[in-house]
Ligand binder design. Sequence first.
Ligand code: ASP
Length: 324
Amino acid sequence: MTVAIVSTGGTIASTTDGDGGARPTLSAESLVDAIPAVADVTPIETTQFSTVPSTHLTLDQMAGLLDFVESADEDATIDGVVITQGTDVLEETSWFVDCAYTGETPVVFTGAMRNPSLPSPDGPANLLASIRVAADPAARDRGVLVAFNDRVLPAAAVTKTHSMNPDTFRAPEYGPLATIAEDRVRWRRTRTVPRPGLSIDPEQLTTDVPAIYVTAAMSDRSLRACTDVPALCLATTGAGHVPPDILPALEALRANDVPIVATTRCPEGVLARDTYDFEGSERTLRELGCYFSDHNLQKTRIATIVALSADGLDTMFDRPAPPA
Ligand code: ASP
């Protein structure tokens, strides 16, 4: 039983320089060496993938992480994978991998909110807990997981909810799949979000998908700038509502066959299909032929990018028919 640890950087791997500012410097090996208890759990292999803050991670690097876990799944000597990274975009990278990974080998993302130079750094506890999860046979075939602050959450639903507090990762309306207490992972239930299983063509990955947040009395300026984009992701208000002023810009995009993937800007809930019928309601989105996403805006964008590269928008998202 061997768990592969892949370090990409982030707070968990950061040290401070002379003026107290933290930046990633530590290797995967040193992260593991700092936790003597790992030796009692499982043998470890380490890989230094990158040493960057998570906002520096590129789509190519996300595809590289997917390659790594797919190879690990085919390697009979590897029983689980833990990927350490910065927390800022952890919900996006883990979801990117989850959109395509179909293997059974457990894949667990983790990180830290307090770097090792601060009182009570949370990295060692998160890494040890993640290794326990990755080494647990009950973690197999559950899709990509995030283990943080003694909770195990599905990558498909996890989001960072607090900018500084170590208790930051949550799966709103979904909850944890498992909790970790002492040395035991207690599984509560199975994943219910389907595993997308999209076949990514790395050559087709594009950063040119804008993600726009709808706000009260907004102008259509940001939307009019979206000419020539492969798709647009839109966080609408409430259950799928937009101001009438932006409708002409949305109609122009649709007239050019630009797919629009709509979601809600609310932290919880999904888009309605057939509750309201005013100009700019969810019925208007249906008339426009929008895709409806159940994920937050940042996850919707990642899912759109992955789906575009896999010719899989219709697999990834619901597209309710225009109202009769
Ligand atoms: N604050 C971030 C972290 O938690 C920085 C990053 O995402 O790399 O690691």
